[in-house]
Design a protein around this ligand. Sequence first.
Ligand code: NAD
Length: 711
Amino acid sequence: MLASHSNLTRRILSALVAIPIMLGAIYWNAWSYFLLFLLILVLTMLEFYQLFKLQGASPLKFWGTLTGVLVYTFMFIYVQGLVTAQIFYVLIPVVALIYLVQLYKKHDPTPFTSIAYTVLGIIYISIPFALLHLLAFTQGFYDYKIVLSILYILWANDIGAYGVGSTLGKHQLFKRISPKKSWEGSIGGAILALLVSYILARYYKFWCLWQWLGTAIITVTAGTYGDLIESLLKRSMNMKDTSSIIPGHGGFLDRFDSFLLAIPLILAFSKAEQGLALSKNSKQPSPMAYMTATSMQDPNNPLESMMARLAEAAQLLKLDERIYHVLKEPAKEITVSLPVVMDDGTIRVFKGYRVIHSNLLGPSKGGIRYNPLVNLDEVKALAAWMAWKCALVGIPFGGAKGGIQCNPKEMSVGELERLTRAYTRAMLNVFGPDKDIPAPDMGTGPREMAWLMDEYGKGHQIIAPAVVTGKPLVIGGSQGRVEATGRGIMVATLAAMKKLHLKPQQATIAIQGFGNVGAYAALLLQEQGAKVVAISDLSGTYYAEKGIDIRQAMQHKAQHKKLAGLAGVKKLSHEAVLTLPVDVLIPAAMENVITKANAHQIQAKLIVEGANGPIAATADAIIHKKKGIMVVPDILANAGGVVVSYFEWVQNRSGDSWPQERIEMQAASTIQEAFERVYKVSKQYGVSMRTAAYITAIEKVTQAYQYRGSF
Ligand code: NAD
């Protein structure tokens, strides 16, 4: 009895020591977690072979352990996407050959027995370990929190069975196989495992409750069976426990004896569950339903990037398929042709767009972009991003976006005014303070917004400042709107740096794009003590190791319209800004600048998306999973602009005017709170900040849809 108690204490203590170490490793990254388990694997395999050595057998201890390490490592790097599955086909004959050579060299009198014991070690330990990682990959993405969770359940079963069995156990389970196993102990283990799986279901939402409970039931049943097999094996070979590495019955090895059956069965269960979801025509769609709907044709198309991320979040949320199909389509798409008399008397016809993605949470809100590359897909993606952004930061707006295919840099002020007025006339019945509220975006600013407000007022015979935000101060604009997006980026960057334990005073920053967003983000971060070592625009990247004087750069840009010619800096190519060895990278120019092609070269520890969609969806896996870079996604990082736009709209409607400090404080706390919400969800689901931001936003829009009952 005393011995049983000390065994139980050892079991609990070893779990208590292991859990914080594992948690530490898990919150570091997948690689630290892998290395920790590699060490456990080696110790367990050595113990396994030691067990046979004590029986006078001669397994190939070194080669068996090495093969185990290779199988485990290859599985890990395979699920990380670094090698293909074919590597295993090469591994098997190479290992077989090595074994034959070793046996030949050893002059082993019982070569087949040695090989059998060696291979048994691999099958018994290394393959279940490796399968554990494959299991974590069955979601379509690798999540090592699944690995840890399964271990918790296994341990809970083990500790529960041992604890209850050694104190209350009276009725033996299978007397001849394992005299110590009792029904009471097995029930105790089952209860603890189910309890742990219930707790896991509350925190880790990549599986629903019944998947967690199903996993626990398999673990308890197959785990107990695996334990019995181990006992049977030892008994039939008349083997004693080793306890050579840590004390207790079976030492290290004993912690994993239930792996053998439990892991392959959980893997099969997980696969079967996915297959079931695929075949049944339920309202809970299978992941495949989302993926097929969004299979990417053009990885650089921002709309496809947006769709891929929406699909991933919908899949994790197990969103009702009907709602998913509603959310992915814009509510309204308008394309107009705008004839404008140019200064030379000719008439040019410009293409204009307005897309309203959704107005479920309130009137739609979104900027107007003037750029030669504007197209409907881009505007559709930007409109959807606005919808998620407003939902995420909790302002009562839906999402929209507009754009005109034009090059504002080549147009006179008169031409731009005529174009803006023509666009507004075409949208007279679309815009409205309670319908759809535009704002500036790339290529537009307060001046264009003033023309828009004026033309809208003339068309409706009213004065309606709340129809547009981002206006000049004197006609109803808000304090702090000009720098609002840059300020939001500063707040989000500092919040993320804190999580990464990066001190602003020691951090270096590179910023792509030196327009409204990039320049103010640079200025405000510099004011916080960070060193902005690189800035860029279309003319190139400008680098200074000691930091750039951002105020001087802003003056230079205002005067010369570009950064070229800035004093005291080294000029690099315009893409160089993305791959410099800095702590923080802020792409604040345009979408899809970071793709599969250049993602590998990024050296920053943190990317804060100033622009909308600067990272293509195809680069997500490299950035998040392979390189472990934290990304503060656009819909969170650059939401400061729309938050202050909302304040402007509130002021216009109430006829009030708020002081700058109030606006800055309220905007900063809105972004800070949204950041913390997203960070919490990312930990809860074990996903990137981007996926977490989508999950948070989509949950909110879905709720609005369900309350409004539009089916
Ligand atoms: P902007 O027109 O004021 O500035 C864009 C800057 O990026 C310019 O300096 C331009 O030279 C530079 N640039 C363009 N392409 C580049 C490239 N390939 N490499 C390097 N530099 C390049 O525009 P902005 O208002 O600062 O907007 C920038 C981005 O931020 C856009 O994606 C926009 O949708 C997004 N955004 C803007 C706001 C806002 O309030 N202005 C709000 C949210 C998101």
